[in-house]
Write a protein that binds this ligand. Structure first.
Ligand code: ADP
Ligand code: MG
Length: 248
């Protein structure tokens, strides 16, 4: 068994049972520091549930999730965010009526709530970080734009930016390129590769061409279990994986 300290995230024997149905079943998965891991698998495989378990949204029935050698399964969602785990959901949840700048500002770790962030003084440090992130997510020319006017892809980027402002060591994204144009997908691939230089990333994604562009390692989930783990090529050419995808 690998030693804990080499990994940012060590998931061992993770199981969650919903009324006897095991959505995640004895899952073991290790994520290195600086790794970009993609989880793929047919609908209902348990992918989103894995992120729910890591982020504390769903409680594990058994098993362990260690992050920087800290056990997450007993921590609250809020504590897990504070420990440095950021998670983006499938649908963007930005504040439509606020500007890009304000959305990023609100996400700054000093003021998580709308009220809290209006109360703190805009320090230079915060503004600097917002400009930095805005540039990373290709929105530095749109800081004063109201968020509802952004394209769907730009909204996804903004939400990624709202995570980055918090400086997480682990970023988790659920289908980040869904609904994006080809051009936006390419830009997102570039963005995620850049982010991964300083952080670890777990991405759930369906778009295989996109996965091939970004993944270090791919984990194929099926019926709550790992069907295959390897490079995109290894995974794509695996008969069992092909079977599972054709079967759906
Ligand atoms: P994926 O993201 O791979 O499509 P999910 O993780 O969303 O799959 O779901 C895996 C399975 O677990 C599905 O059969 C789903 O209906 C079930 N499931 C997920 N969350 C719950 C829940 N809170 N209660 C009951 N069943 C759930
Ligand atoms: Mg899902």
């Amino acid at each position: 068994m690998p030693s804990n300290t080499d990994f940012l995230l060590a998931i061992e024997g993770l199981t969650v049972s919903f009324d006897g149905f095991k959505a995640v079943d004895d899952l073991t998965l290790y994520l290195s520091k600086g790794e970009l891991r993609v989880i793929i698998g047919p609908n209902g495989a348990g992918k989103t549930t894995v992120l729910d378990l890591i982020s504390g949204k769903t409680r594990a029935t058994s098993g362990s999730i260690r992050y920087n050698n800290t056990e997450l399964t007993t921590m609250s969602e809020h504590q897990i965010v504070r420990a440095g785990v950021g998670r983006k959901f499938q649908t963007p949840s930005i504040y439509e009526k606020l500007t890009v700048f304000e959305n990023l500002e609100i996400s700054y770790p000093w003021g998580r709530t709308v009220l809290g962030s209006l109360q703190f003084r805009r320090s230079e440090k915060v503004v600097e970080r917002i400009y930095e992130v805005a540039k990373e997510i290709f929105l530095d020319d749109m800081l004063d734009e109201q968020a509802e006017l952004l394209s769907h892809g730009q909204k996804q980027w903004l939400e990624i930016g709202m995570l980055l402002v918090q400086n997480p060591d682990l970023v988790m994204l659920d289908e980040p390129v869904a609904g994006m144009t080809a051009k936006e997908r390419d830009a997102t691939a570039e963005l995620l590769r850049k982010i991964a230089k300083e952080r670890s990333i777990v991405i759930i994604e369906h778009d295989m061409d996109f996965v091939a562009k970004i993944a270090d390692q791919v984990t194929v989930l099926h019926l709550g279990k790992i069907l295959k783990e390897g490079s995109m090529d290894e995974v794509r050419n695996d008969p069992e994986v092909q079977e599972v995808y054709l079967g759906h």
